[in-house]
Design a protein around this ligand. Structure first.
Ligand code: SAM
Length: 236
């Protein structure tokens, strides 16, 4: 009897909490003058190279604000959201003074919605561009901050990391990666050009966030291959 009352009150608390969060998301959308809450059962009429996309689900606003506070992006930063959906993350970032925000989205319908949001966004301080392209064939050479909210499976993730890594050879720079709901975090951990800067979880969401920064390229390059995997420290 007591256990049942406890279970009922817990599920009621969860329902109240979920409703409050959903209301907050809708009100924030309204405040920003954008539409990012709707999800759809419609299968996108486009395919990706590796066929491993994760369907659209917008990241909670409170996780986005927390990420921006933590990263403290500057006017020199170019922020990518890889798998940007309807551009919620980019719209939040673009209210800061940055150099550029770029969204990568393979689904044409979501890309269209994202572009509409970019036009409608209130309080924008940074230009946003939406590229309707598969993440596995996108150009990442301009970025300094890359956000991903569990957008795809391991094969696409591997290709995206390889592309960002290759872009550092062409244009050496410090980059940061933020991975929300990091299902394939082991691939980042295996990359010798990245180091984990932090991993944050919260009581209010099951979505963990891991933060990564690039290791200085010249130092990595100068190391003989066998030393890279030894205990030689990496510098940032
Ligand atoms: C979990 S949702 C995240 C949406 C958005 N980042 C946000 O937080 O509001 C994942 C998004 O990645 C997109 N996506 C999946 N695979 C992709 C690929 N290979 N290239 C580009 N976008 C992809 C999906 O269409 C979806 O919009």
């Amino acid at each position: 009897m007591f256990a049942r009352i406890l279970r009922d009150s817990m599920s009621l608390t969860q329902r109240i909490f979920r409703t409050a969060r959903r209301t907050n998301e809708l009100l924030t959308d309204r405040w920003l003058n954008i539409h990012t809450c709707a999800t759809s059962d419609q299968v996108p009429d486009a395919e990706t190279t590796f066929g491993d996309p994760v369907e659209y689900d917008p990241l909670h606003y409170f996780l986005i604000w927390r990420c921006i506070r933590k990263l403290q992006p500057t006017p020199n930063d170019v922020v990518f959201d890889i798998g940007c959906g309807s551009a919620r993350i980019l719209c939040a970032f673009a209210r800061q003074k940055l150099r550029h925000c770029i969204g990568i989205e393979y689904d044409p319908t979501l890309s269209k919605l994202a572009r509409r949001n970019v036009i409608r966004l209130r309080g924008v301080k940074t230009p946003i561009e939406i590229r309707n392209v598969d993440a596995a064939s996108a150009d990442y050479s301009q970025g300094t901050i890359y956000c991903m909210y569990n957008p795809f499976g391991r094969d696409t993730m591997r290709e995206v990391l390889a592309r960002i890594r290759a872009s550092l050879d062409v244009r050496p720079r410090r980059v940061q990666l933020v991975y929300f709901s990091p299902w394939h975090e082991d691939l980042l951990a295996d990359a010798d050009w990245l180091r984990c800067a932090d991993r944050v979880s919260t009581r209010f969401s099951r979505i963990d966030t891991s933060y990564w920064v690039s290791v200085q390229q010249t130092l990595v390059k100068r190391c003989p291959h066998d030393l890279r995997h030894s205990s030689v420290p990496k510098f940032v």
